[in-house]
Each structure stands twice: as structure tokens, then as C-alpha cells.
Design a protein around this ligand. Structure first.
Ligand code: NAD
Length: 485
């Protein structure tokens, strides 16, 4: 193994969990055994909760302007260690170094937002009757948890951790067992940045730990990012224990391409959106609805797709099982009459024969009722569905149970607005393939792409990670007593 066995991080120390169960950590790039990750038990989680609980009084009573100083230093450490952090992400997740660098750059942006929180959480105060003041303040919840997926080993933890902790909470994070290495490195950087022991803890494991997080009475709030199937389980289970929960799920994002779209720019955006991070983004373009006569744009999309080379500017998918699943979707669509214009099945990368690569794939004449048109494929594949009108295209987009993102490519502003108003998704792009809102705007989908109220990042996260304390104060006894005092 290239790295020592992964350990939990509890109370500022890397510790071996009690459980003897573990899973191998395999690099999707070439099949190298990187490490092994322990499958912790509920007893290990309990230790983390105790550590976080013990750290909470001092941390929550540290003024926020002091708390964010840790994140100013953490941001600097992310930048200082950018190359090494990016290499680790690429190794464990399979994405290209360029994509991994972009992931750390996004972590920097997320941390910058956390550093701005003192400017955003000022409360309110008003003299409501003579000498009587009412005031509201955002106060932290206590011990909170964050459960994260494999596709962004650093970015998704940084969606939740800097904001939750800067706002005064103590956090336990459960990384994906497929990519457990990056979060350990983030824990070291937080320690170096001066975060007190117990404020941030990492417990590795699988569904057993996720269930224990949902059930633990010492955890006040749970944030989850992953597939819709598990988001539903986590949302139901944690709210049944009266916890606050925000659970982000999977996606099936539609790009609507209209005949007046600029061909070159549209083709570049569609190809980049479907293939970035090997299509393993909840914001990836997965279905393209071709409205009317857009064959000239489809030709250009194929040209762009052919420039994307596995092992060079296209990373690997997470596992052999993923590769097989993606290729099965393509074959099934082909058997049902779809036309594979660019075929990414069965690719091998020289020197990385054990890597799990799928090449860029463009499939035309996909029907809306095919599995590849409806389900999340999570690979570098775009399914083109033909439609005669914009309303027919919108009906296809609206019929998806998901609702993370949608984009339209057109030069007609009125038509773009028409589509923005009618697409059933939380994040919409116009001539943008991956419409991820940048800080300070918040991230979050609709429908079965998100369960719970609010969004996970930006200003919206303040509502999730804090509650309001309302105080009514009177220091002037001479004012007497009236109906409200
Ligand atoms: P996943 O749902 O399989 O796993 C997510 C987390 O849940 C992991 O930590 C995993 O250990 C845990 N888990 C898995 N199965 C479980 C079970 N049965 N019970 C309890 N916990 C369980 O997701 P993934 O494969 O790691 O990530 C890919 C998915 O995440 C895709 O569906 C993608 O769209 C989604 N995603 C969504 C967003 C978003 O913002 N909506 C962002 C990133 C990823």
C-alpha cells in the first residue's frame, strides 16, 4: 500500500477505530492499492460526539471574528499545499490534475465565504417600547454532522465544514469510503491553522456509521450529499430523530439546445459539461434535448468529444463496477435503437491497463422512456433526445423526478427567460454548461435532488447551521410595566 492505513481523527488525534473491518482504497487511475479504510462502529462515532460536545462550549463562546481567523489561515494553507492536495484528490478519485486543482480552488472560494460570515450574521435590535429592547442573534446548534460522496473528496466537505464551524458548531464528518484520504489531510491543515481539538472530527465507515449519525441523540443536525436513494434514507431517519436535515441527492441535468445557439461555443460547453470529472458531477449534462434542426451543432459536439482523450484530458470513473454500469446503459440504449455517434466503451489507456476509464460518448435518437434518458448514468455520456418544439423539450425536462440543474443554449433572450421560468430545476444556465452558482450564491437543487429546506452553501447555510435566539431586555424600572413587560 502506498499510504498507511487510514485512521479516524478524534479530538485532534489520528486514532485507530475499535472495529477490525476495513476496505481497500484503490486508485481508479491505474488500480494501485493506495491504503485501507476502517469501517468504524457506533462506539467510534460516540467517541467523536463526546469530543465534539466537550469542545463546543469554548468554541461556541469564542467570538466569530476570532473563529474565522482559523479559516483565514486555513485558506492560506490550502493555497500553499495546492499541488499536493490536488495530487491526492486525483489519485484517490481518478479525476485529472487540472480538475483536482480546480476543486481546491473552489475550496479556497468556499473558505473565503466562511471568512466573510461575521459580516453576514449580525442580528437585529429594536427598542420595542420605552426602554425595552428586542434582539435576535444567530447561535450555533452544537454537534453537527456532514456525510459526503466520492465525487468531490475535498470540495463537498468544504461546502459544509468551514461555514458550520465558523458559525460556532463542532463537526463530525463521514467521508466516502471510496476516497477517504483527502479529508484526513484537511484535518491536518485545520489543526495547523489553529483549530482547537474536538471542533472537527472525522469518522470513517459505511452505512453503519451513517445510520449511527442519524440516530445519535448528541447530534443536532445532519447534512448529506450523495445519491437520491441514500438521501431519502438519511432524511427520513435523521428527521425521525427530530434532527435538522438537509440531504442533497442525485441528478439528471438537461441541456436544451435551440437552433439559434452559437454552434462552436455550444458544442464546447456541452462536451465539457458531459465529460468534466468523467461525468461524475451532480451538475454534469446528461441529457441534451435537441430542439428542431440542430444537426450542425451535434456534428460539432462529436468533434469536440473526439478531442477528449481518456488518461490525458479525461479522468477515470471511480470503480470497475461504475465502468461496467455506464457501458451497460450505452449498450442497452443502442439495442433499443439509439445511435452511438462517439463510442467510449472498452477503452484502455496504455500503461494504465488497470485504470477504470470510459471514453466520451455521444448517443443520438435516445427516446425519453429509455433508462439512459431517465436515470443518472454518472459517466462521460450525453444522450441526445430530439424534440420539435421548446414546449416539448420543457415537458421532457419537467418529467424528470430530479431537479438539480438545466441549461439552455440560445441567442434569444426572451426564449431563455421563458425556459428559466418553466424548467423544474434549482440551478439554471443560459449558454453555460455547468451552472454552479459561485459564492456568495447558494447551491441546491429541487425535487428529488434535495430534501429539506434551504441550500447547502452561501447565505442559505447560515439558516441551516444556526438557530435564532430572541431576547427582550429592560433596564429602566421607572418605565413601569405595560402590556408587554
Ligand atoms: P452514495 O449515496 O452512494 O454515498 C454517499 C454517502 O452515503 C457515502 O458517504 C456513503 O458511505 C454513504 N452511503 C452509501 N450507501 C448508504 C446506505 N445504504 N445507507 C447509508 N449510507 C450510505 O453516493 P456516491 O456514489 O458517493 O456519490 C455519487 C452521488 O452523489 C450521485 O448520485 C451524485 O449526483 C450525488 N451528488 C449530489 C450532489 C448534489 O449537490 N446534489 C453533489 C455531489 C454528488
Amino acid at each position: 500500500m502506498k499510504y498507511p492505513s487510514v485512521r479516524n481523527y478524534i479530538n485532534g488525534q489520528f486514532v485507530q477505530p475499535a472495529s477490525s473491518r476495513s476496505l481497500p482504497v484503490i486508485s481508479p487511475i491505474d488500480g494501485t492499492a493506495l491504503s485501507e479504510v476502517p469501517m468504524s462502529s457506533a462506539a467510534d462515532l460516540h467517541k467523536a460526539v463526546l469530543a465534539a460536545k466537550a469542545a463546543f462550549p469554548a468554541w461556541s463562546h469564542t467570538p466569530i471574528k476570532e473563529r474565522v481567523q482559523v479559516f483565514f489561515r486555513y485558506k492560506y494553507l490550502l493555497e500553499k499545499n495546492l499541488d499536493e492536495l490536488a495530487a491526492l484528490i486525483s489519485e484517490e478519485n481518478g479525476k485529472t490534475i487540472g480538475e483536482a486543482i480546480a476543486e481546491i480552488e473552489k475550496c479556497v472560494e468556499l473558505t473565503e465565504f466562511a471568512c466573510s460570515l461575521p459580516q453576514l450574521v449580525t442580528g437585529e435590535v429594536l427598542e420595542v417600547s420605552k426602554g425595552v429592547e428586542c434582539r435576535t442573534e444567530h447561535v450555533p446548534l452544537g454537534v453537527v454532522a456532514s456525510i459526503v460522496p466520492f465525487n468531490f473528496p475535498s470540495m463537498v466537505p468544504n461546502w459544509t465544514m468551514p461555514n458550520a464551524i465558523a458559525l460556532g458548531n463542532c463537526m463530525i464528518i463521514k467521508p466516502s469510503e471510496k476516497v477517504p484520504l483527502s479529508v484526513g489531510r484537511l484535518a491536518q491543515l485545520l489543526q495547523e491553522a489553529g483549530l482547537p481539538a474536538g471542533v472537527f472530527n472525522v469518522v470513517h465507515g459505511d452505512n453503519e456509521i451513517v445510520e449511527a449519525i442519524c440516530d445519535h441523540p448528541g447530534i443536532e443536525a445532519v447534512s448529506f450529499v450523495g445519491s437520491t436513494k441514500v438521501a431519502k434514507i438519511v432524511y427520513q431517519r435523521s428527521t425521525s430523530h427530530y434532527k435538522r436535515c438537509l440531504a442533497l441527492g442525485g441528478a439528471k441535468n438537461h441541456l436544451l439546445v435551440l437552433p439559434d445557439a452559437i454552434p462552436g461555443m455550444t458544442a464546447q460547453n456541452v462536451a465539457a459539461s458531459m465529460s468534466g470529472c468523467a461525468g461524475q458531477r451532480c451538475m454534469a449534462a446528461s441529457a441534451m434535448v435537441a430542439v428542431g434542426q440542430v444537426d450542425h451543432i451535434i456534428e460539432k459536439i462529436c468533434d469536440e468529444a473526439r478531442k477528449i482523450v481518456p488518461g490525458k484530458n479525461l479522468g477515470a470513473v471511480i470503480s470497475k463496477a461504475s465502468k461496467e454500469r455506464i457501458e451497460r446503459y450505452i449498450t442497452e440504449a443502442e439495442q433499443q435503437g439509439a445511435q452511438v455517434l462517439v463510442d467510449g466503451r472498452h477503452v484502455k489507456v496504455e500503461g494504465k491497463e488497470n485504470g477504470t476509464y470510459v471514453g466520451p460518448t455521444v448517443i443520438d435518437h435516445v427516446k425519453p422512456d429509455m433508462a439512459i434518458a431517465k436515470e443518472e448514468v454518472f459517466g462521460p455520456v450525453i444522450s441526445i433526445i430530439r424534440s420539435k418544439t421548446v414546449d416539448e423539450a420543457l415537458a421532457i425536462e419537467n418529467s424528470s423526478p430530479y431537479g438539480n440543474a438545466a441549461s439552455v443554449f440560445t441567442q434569444n433572450g426572451g426564449m431563455a427567460r421563458y425556459i428559466i421560468e418553466r424548467a423544474s430545476a434549482g440551478m439554471i444556465g443560459v449558454n453555460v454548461g455547468v451552472p454552479v452558482p459561485r459564492e456568495p450564491f447558494s447551491f441546491g437543487g429541487w425535487n428529488e435532488s434535495k430534501f429539506g429546506v434551504g441550500d447547502i452553501t452561501g447565505k442559505s447555510s447560515i439558516e441551516f447551521w444556526t438557530r435564532l435566539k430572541k431576547s427582550t431586555v429592560k433596564w429602566n424600572p421607572e418605565a413601569g410595566i405595560n402590556w408587554m413587560s
